[in-house]
Design a protein around this ligand. Structure first.
Ligand code: HEM
Length: 396
């Protein structure tokens, strides 16, 4: 592994940290909190060797400076293909982003809020009388994908197939699994979506992508459209489910907080902001554009930097008692959705989905807990995730 440490990296800045390996720790956020016990900016030989930013301020500064820090490899380890939009820089990125804007504006998302609410209620109806559910499979996975299928005007019967792909892209750090998942999205978009939208353009997002002009007047190539599809699936599904999962897990384990929200649903807005600070979960990356100095440290062109936003919201330099969830906290600034030109295009949609979830769930299932004898499963990743969350509640 020492071969992954380039000569310009000072030995005192090398630390043995693998962001996806908790080494026996069971709390994902304790795993990331430990970053604050060591150097603020360090190098690890894992995943081919990369720098790690640990503090909120440094992460924010890097994300806001795309001229110095490129998005060309937006993950550690790098994706097998360069992704449309999220791994583009400069004008090409701005052109691609402009295509999405009308579909994710507050006005457009407002039109999806009723759908999200009806869906949430019907999912809860499906299991409320049983007094238990597995939150991830029974609820958190189903809600965002159904919204996304509507947004893209895709047939509901394809939902389970696309959900599995999204999981493989986001949750796996195994390049073979990822490659296979990208291949399946590619085939789906190439065979099911592109031909039908070319033949019959509609008002949906894929039709807009196919009709758009980028890069001084050309259309997206088919591989770029296909990659765009993968980005939307990877970015907009698992992230929402897992954020809901971390919130539901917290509320199941902390009845006082939960009862506060049940007693006063007006608090849900500020509670959601506090959850977004405390349970940030995307661990993204940037690539150094040219040799430069950062915090007095020599960085070389093509060095990769992990930006674990999971550690940003719990940074004790930025927040007092950062591990505490306090709905009344004044500073709840979050990097959950990133910062700078790549800041999450779907953040308004995501926040709407999560607000609807909290409002509807707490009004129907105000008392709930982790199922006795069971242990929830959480894991760090490119986006930290909740894999298994068995919940129970009283039935009357
Ligand atoms: C809680 C849920 C979500 C989280 C935590 C999240 C997080 C993020 C983050 C951190 C980025 C920035 C990546 C970077 O700078 O490299 C991002 C970008 C993006 N997100 Fe989200 N996201 C969420 C939901 C969604 C949803 C619902 C959509 C809708 C499809 C979406 C679509 C996108 C897209 C398209 C980008 C790329 C934007 C660009 O490169 O300009 N996200 N997201």
């Amino acid at each position: 592994m020492t071969s992954n440490i380039p000569s310009h990296v000072p030995v005192e800045l090398v630390r043995d940290f693998d962001f996806v390996d908790m080494r026996g720790e069971t709390d994902v956020y304790e795993h990331f909190r430990r970053l604050h016990d060591g150097p603020e900016f360090f190098f690890t030989p894992h995943h081919g060797g990369h720098w790690v930013a640990t503090r909120f301020a440094d992460m924010e500064a890097i994300l806001a400076n795309p001229a110095a820090f490129s998005s060309k490899h937006q993950t550690v380890p790098p994706m097998p293909i360069r992704l449309t939009l999220i791994e583009w820089d400069g004008q090409m990125h701005a052109d691609a982003r402009a295509v999405l804007a009308p579909y994710f504006s507050p006005k457009a998302v407002g039109g999806l809020e009723d759908t999200a609410r009806t869906l949430t209620t019907s999912l809860i109806d499906g299991f409320i009388d049983k007094g238990e559910c597995e939150f991830v499979q029974d609820f958190a996975f189903k809600m965002p994908i159904t919204i996304m299928m509507r947004l893209m005007d895709l047939p509901p019967e394809d939902t389970p197939y696309l959900l599995q792909i999204s999981e493989d892209i986001v949750r796996s750090v195994d390049p073979t699994v990822q490659q296979a998942a990208f291949q399946r999205v590619a085939e789906y978009v190439a065979n099911q979506v592109i031909p039908s939208r070319r033949a019959n353009p509609g008002a949906d997002l894929f039709s807009a992508i196919l009709g758009a002009k980028i890069d001084n007047g050309r259309h997206f190539t088919d591989p770029e459209v296909i990659s765009f599809g993968s980005v939307l699936f990877a970015a907009g599904l698992d992230t929402v489910s897992s954020t809901m999962g971390f919130i539901a897990k917290f509320l199941a384990e902390n009845p006082q907080h939960r009862r506060q929200l049940v007693a006063d649903p007006e608090l849900i807005g500020s509670a959601l902001e506090e959850f977004q600070r405390r349970f940030s979960l995307a661990n993204i990356a940037r690539v150094v554009v040219d040799d430069m100095e950062f915090k007095g440290i020599q960085l070389r062109k093509e060095d990769r930097i992990l930006i674990p936003t999971s550690a940003a919201g719990i940074d004790n330099q930025r927040f007092s008692d950062p591990m505490e969830v306090d709905f009344a906290r004044k500073d709840k600034k979050t990097l959950l959705f990133g910062r700078g030109p790549h800041m999450c295009a779907g953040n308004f949609l995501a926040r709407t989905e999560m607000r609807v979830f909290l409002q509807e769930w707490l009004s129907r299932i105000p008392e709930f807990a982790i199922k006795p004898g069971e242990t929830p499963i959480v894991a760090p990743g490119k986006a930290n995730c909740v894999r298994y969350l068995p919940l129970v509640w009283p039935t009357h």
